[in-house]
Design a protein around this ligand. Structure first.
Ligand code: NAD
Length: 269
């Protein structure tokens, strides 16, 4: 990968595992200094391992503990990064989780946990990023856009998902957060887009791929007939963060091996 993000500073939330780790490594490979965010002391060693992979490959970055659903912690993480690096150019709003259950049995705690992290967390981080982009203004030497925000959404901003209503609602909210932000700040040269993954092989969806039976069943949903990898998402994140995508804003980009062409209709019945 060319160093298309040379000189830029990127925060990737929830990047001690899964897609976030893949995105962090790809952005670093493309030349960005990457802040590997993790949520709690228990995920510190995993974040350090991701950072080590980055630095072993010749990249740069650091780790930052912050629960994205806590306003004071998000404000502190951005302040610390700006103090250390001078600014932030790229935010990847990736942190997210699932608390699944039948709707009639879902507790308010299951609902709130998912909304607080998947949606409010994206609001809090995007607000600090926008504040910094407005404060700092353009950096034409490093990027055509003043700042870039990439929201990790899901195919479930489009496909309803019984048994996961809190999750689907959070991703539907991310879609409108992203599009409204793109509308509100486009004239300030801030680009905001979403990545909508299908099935990517990470801890969040282990039951869907850990046995051959589960994997076979998953493949009935995926025309391209393979599960996605975090590096697939990393490649797209580099594109969306770089000037290669300078005319793209307000877009949801689906990266799903064709899941959203609805394989179950393939027979034309
Ligand atoms: P993952 O469980 O490996 O990663 C989620 C990360 O978010 C973890 O590192 C976790 O520690 C972090 N996190 C959770 N709560 C946090 C908090 N309060 N503050 C900071 N970080 C927190 O799963 P993943 O598949 O890599 O998921 C990453 C994102 O991709 C999520 O937003 C998820 O909804 C989305 N996504 C995943 C898939 C998939 O198939 N894996 C598909 C569509 C969307």
């Amino acid at each position: 990968m060319d160093h298309v993000l040379k000189g830029q500073i990127a925060i990737v939330t929830g990047s001690s595992s899964g897609i976030g780790a893949g995105v962090a490594k790809s952005l670093a490979e493309a030349g960005a200094s990457v802040i590997v965010n993790h949520s709690s002391p228990s995920s510190k060693s995993a974040a350090e391992a991701v950072l080590k992979e980055i630095t072993d490959a010749g990249g740069t970055g650091s780790i930052a503990q912050c629960d994205v659903s806590k306003e004071d912690e998000v404000i502190k993480m951005f302040a610390d990064v700006i103090e250390q690096y001078g600014t932030v150019d790229i935010l990847v709003n990736n942190a997210g989780l699932q608390r699944d259950g039948k709707f009639d049995e879902m507790t308010l705690d299951q609902w709130n946990t998912v909304i607080n992290i998947n949606l409010t967390g994206q609001f809090l981080c995007a607000r600090e990023a926008i504040r910094e982009f407005l404060r700092r203004g353009p950096r034409p030497d490093v990027s055509a856009a003043t700042g870039k925000i990439i929201c990790m959404s899901s195919v479930h901003e489009l496909i309803p998902w019984a048994g996961h209503i809190n999750y689907a609602a959070s991703k539907g909210g991310v879609k409108m957060l992203m599009q409204s932000l793109a509308q509100e700040y486009g004239d300030r040269k801030i680009r905001v887009n979403s990545i909508c993954p299908g099935a990517i092989q990470t801890p969040i969806n282990k039951p869907a791929w850990e046995t051959p039976q589960a994997m076979n069943s998953l493949m009935t949903l995926i025309p391209y007939n393979r599960i996605g990898q975090p590096s697939d998402i990393g490649n797209l994140a580099v594109f969306l963060a770089s000037d290669l995508s300078d005319y793209i804003t307000g877009a949801s980009i689906f990266i799903d091996g064709g899941m959203t062409v609805f394989e179950s209709f393939a027979s034309g019945g």
